[in-house]
Design a protein around this ligand. Structure first.
Ligand SMILES: [Zn+2]
Length: 893
């Protein structure tokens, strides 16, 4: 056979395989890398200790975008074998080494020499830049999750193939090198410093990491003697103080919660100037983007304080859930992300109870419910092949639905049983890998409750149920059906832990709904209610203030659809403020979803919104604003003539809480009031409330005159910026130019983020294009595009789409190689509301490469078509114009 044909045949047998062949198993990597930050290159030698379990002439492992300079295999008898062929398959991301002789069973060492440029795509081993003393400098950072360790060194890049890593880095003598383990030696030869790190315990390749650059650091030691260091940009180490104190606290918390010590000798956390995601839990070396690790007490908002706390807790928690016990394959990604999300809220709830994180957790649940109501959703557990297709599954399903069903299970079993079961699971699978079924088996065994069937119904099928509840003759009738916003149905059913409250939180009924229909006798509760409540408010019910709320505290992952009588009782209960904040959130959020799905009219949703006028609780008001924004978006298409009145109505609804809170922080107010203030005034600014705009402009001008003014607080700054930018036009540029000036003078990532979030929020179409051009200019880091696109104004999305089409090539070239292209798809496309536009978008992408964003594109298009259907419902709602005018005329309370 011709040499080329022979090679082809060899490669062919390894094409499109779900996993690497398992006859050699890696045990230990000895990796020595030389990096050159000025030439932006690296080269290395990796010596991998293997066990060959079956005679073979071929070794297959992962490698991508590497130049291979040589390879050899030596067995335990020190016989050395050189491969006759070294084949790289870029498509399958594998390196195939073909030997003439048989490599016998036993231990041996595979040595490979390689080199590559440091890439600039924020994946694998990449370079990023920062400015130190006016000089632009390079830094080298790794980001391997999910499958990019192979871009740095040849390896068996699968989570189940754990091995120990002994890492050595050659760096320029003035630089600092960090890796998973502590440094045990350093040698200096000329200008090159060789840094030797201790050998790691067994871990997956995606958790290997190194960072090379210049930093300042601060450190503390936990009560268990773990040294924690926070590495910050030069001169900014004090901004790491808050994250450091958090890390110390959460390490202690998780050690106790999981009854298992932190598994490594040290923990480093480092903020880098460019990072594709938010943060990455590399074993012992967590990497953050700067604004998720650095905190400045004077200038940072209350909201940021909390975002940071959740982020630090999430990454540290991975050292148990993910790093110590690792999913066997990417199909169980949610075991990492769902658990880290859930446990981060629990840790912060315990450490800062006044923040009410379990209440705020509902925002996670709500986002999960939105995506999982799409036909283009996916199950929590899913087939992942090829491995790279995991990249777009770091999504609301894995994180948000995942964490919510854990919360649901925790509440169902009780905290103590759940905690005991989890610590047993961690103990049993420490340093190993596990599947979802392994977790359910341990929990069932430890809790004495068989949960497999119930949990399978949540993890193995996509979607969730809507529970219809009807009251008749002292009975509640429940029916479950798959809830899809498109109005479609499937036959899926779930095993649902149902909770309900009957007129009081002291009267609860819980049961497991295992079938499509279920009945509950409430005659006794009903009789009690008659004697204990006053009968004046609900017509035709005779039960006064009685109410029934299903899914108490919104701890379940489902929607509830009540009959008319139950709806009016609940509306009354909201107005009388007798429901908990979580339930007020739930009543509104479910009604909004039912309305989007065409199962409830917009008139009835607006009547419900009307009873939230006196709301002062952050989480409820925040959801109210979310719903109002959604309605303005749809109304722009469905009833454009009524948008002004609608905005007026929403301004009135929010006025009560805005007046109560005021612009200035109130001494000793709680944390959530500070967050609510910012959220409220931002909403009022977005609805173009004149009073808010005037006040904001005065505060902004004062700030432009004097950056130290107290008129612009950290919590209301965004609202002020938004109001100012909404007044800016191409001919009246003050607001826009001032924002650019503030952006250019900003000395922290957080300050830059604040500007980027509002820059494209101007209604003026031409100015919007200038803003969009700026967002993709060299002045804005690639990673920060996520902030800018999320801010595009209601009025601007048609123009933004045109701009996107006109600039597709440069955008694809710059953002196509990492997750960031997704943001263009989601933020620009999702606001559309018509089938014609959906068709046009589909047509545009049909001829362009979009594999990396395929799932997000499908989901965005489905959301557009759902809204198109909703628009039709709204246009048929003939009572709407009068109702909107009537409610808008009510003024503020
Ligand atoms: Zn995570």
């Amino acid at each position: 056979m011709e040499q080329k044909q022979k090679q082809k045949a060899i490669l062919h047998q390894f094409k499109s395989q779900p996993r690497l062949p398992n006859f050699p198993i890696p045990n230990r990597y000895d990796l020595h890398l030389k990096t050159d930050l000025s030439a932006c290159t690296f080269s290395g030698i990796v010596r991998i200790t293997l066990t060959i379990v079956d005679n073979t002439k071929i070794i297959v492992l992962n490698a991508l975008e590497l130049d291979i300079h040589g390879a050899s295999y030596s067995n335990s008898n020190t016989q050395i074998y050189k491969p006759s062929d070294v084949l790289l398959d870029e498509e399958d991301e594998i390196l195939v080494l073909v030997f003439d002789d048989m490599l016998g069973v036993g231990e041996g060492v595979l040595e490979i020499e390689f080199s590559a440029p440091l890439n600039s795509h924020l994946k694998g081993f990449y370079k990023c830049t920062y400015v130190d003393g006016g000089v632009k400098k390079n830094m080298a950072v790794t980001q391997f999750e999910a499958v990019d360790a192979r871009k740095c060194f040849p390896c068996w890049d699968e989570p189940a193939l754990k091995a120990s890593f002994k890492i050595t880095l050659d760096v320029s003598k003035e630089l600092m090198a960090l890796s998973n383990m502590p440094v045990f030696d350093e040698k200096l030869i000329g200008d090159v410093k060789t840094v030797y790190f201790e050998e790691s315990p067994h871990m997956s390749t995606y958790l290997v990491a190194f960072v090379i650059g210049l930093f300042d650091y601060i450190e503390e030691t936990t009560v268990d003697g773990i040294k924690v260091r926070v590495y910050c940009p030069l001169g900014k180490s004090e901004e790491g103080r808050y994250s450091l104190s958090l890390a110390i606290k959460v390490l202690d918390y998780f050690t106790k919660y999981f009854s298992m010590s932190y598994p490594l000798p040290k923990l480093d956390m480092v903020a880098v100037p460019e990072f594709c995601g938010g943060a990455m839990e590399n074993n012992g070396l967590i990497v953050y983007r700067e604004n998720l690790m650095l905190y400045d007490d004077l200038h940072s908002s209350a909201k940021n304080k909390q975002v940071l706390a959740i982020c630090v807790a999430h990454e540290v928690a991975h050292h148990w859930f993910g790093n110590l016990v690792t999913m066997a394959w990417w199909s169980d990604l949610w075991l990492n992300e769902g658990f880290a999300t859930w446990v981060s809220y629990m840790a912060i709830e315990t450490l800062f109870p006044e923040w009410k994180m379990w209440t705020q957790f509902l925002q996670q649940t709500a986002s999960g419910l939105v995506i999982d109501a799409l036909e283009e959703s996916h199950p929590i557990e899913m087939e992942i092949h090829p491995a790279r297709s995991i990249d777009d599954k770091f999504d609301a399903i894995s994180y948000k639905k995942g964490s919510t069903i854990i919360r649901m299970l925790q509440i169902y079993l009780g905290d103590d049983k759940f905690q005991k079961a989890l610590s047993e699971y961690i103990k049993r699978y420490a340093w190993k890998n596990a599947k979802t079924d392994d977790l359910w088996a341990v929990i069932s065994e430890e809790s004495g409750t068989q949960i497999n069937l119930m949990m399978d119904s949540w993890t193995k099928q996509m979607g969730y149920p809507a529970i219809s509840v009807k009251s008749s003759d002292n009975t509640l009738e429940f029916e479950q059906s798959h809830f899809l916003l498109s109005g479609q149905h499937s036959d899926s059913q779930w095993i649902i832990p149902i909770t309900l409250s009957l007129g009081s939180y002291n009267k609860q009924k819980n049961f497991i709904m295992e079938t499509k229909f279920h009945k509950v006798d409430i005659s006794k509760d009903f009789a009690d209610a008659k004697t204990t409540t006053t009968p004046e408010t609900i017509p035709n019910t005779g039960v006064g203030n009685f109410w029934i709320k299903v899914n108490t505290s919104q701890s379940g992952f489902y929607r509830v659809k009540y009959d008319d009588k139950l709806v009016s009782q609940l509306r009354n209960a909201v107005e009388n403020n007798v429901l908990s904040e979580t339930d007020k959130f739930g009543v509104l959020d479910d009604a909004y979803a039912l309305c989007q799905a065409g199962q409830q009219s917009l008139s009835s949703l607006l009547s419900l919104i009307d009873v939230y006028r006196k709301e002062l609780v952050y989480i409820v008001t925040s959801r109210l604003i979310h719903v109002c924004n959604g309605i303005v978006n749809i109304a722009t298409e469905a009833i454009p003539d009524l948008v002004f009145e609608l905005k007026q109505l929403f301004i009135n609804v929010l006025q009560f809480s805005a007046t109560k809170l005021g612009w200035e922080p109130i001494p000793d107010e709680d944390h959530s009031s500070a967050i609510l203030r910012g959220r409220l005034y931002t909403a009022l600014a977005s609805f173009d409330d004149d009073k808010t705009h005037e006040e904001a402009m005065q505060r902004f001008q004062a700030y432009m005159r004097d950056r130290k003014t107290t008129l612009l607080s950290a919590d209301t700054k965004m609202a002020v910026y938004l109001a100012v930018i909404r007044k800016a036009t191409v001919s009246s540029r003050y607001g826009f130019e001032s924002m650019l000036q503030l952006y250019r003078e900003a000395d922290t990532a957080e300050k830059r983020e604040e500007i980027l979030r509002i820059l494209a929020a101007c209604p003026d179409q031409d100015l919007l294009v200038e803003a969009l051009d700026f967002l993709v200019s060299d002045e804005v880091r690639e990673q920060d595009i996520v902030y800018g696109l999320a801010g595009i104004s209601f009025e601007g999305h048609h123009r933004a789409w045109k701009w996107f089409k006109d600039n597709w090539d440069p955008i694809f070239n710059r953002y196509g190689a990492n997750f960031l292209l997704t943001n263009f798809v989601c933020d620009i496309i999702t606001p559309f509301c018509s089938n014609e536009e959906a068709d046009e978008i589909e047509e545009f992408f049909a001829t362009r490469p979009h594999e990396a964003v395929a799932m997000d594109l499908k989901q965005s298009l489905e959301q557009v078509r759902i809204k198109a259907r909703w628009v039709e419902f709204i246009r048929q709602d003939h009572s709407l114009p009068d109702l909107i005018k009537k409610l808008a005329a009510k003024g503020s309370s």
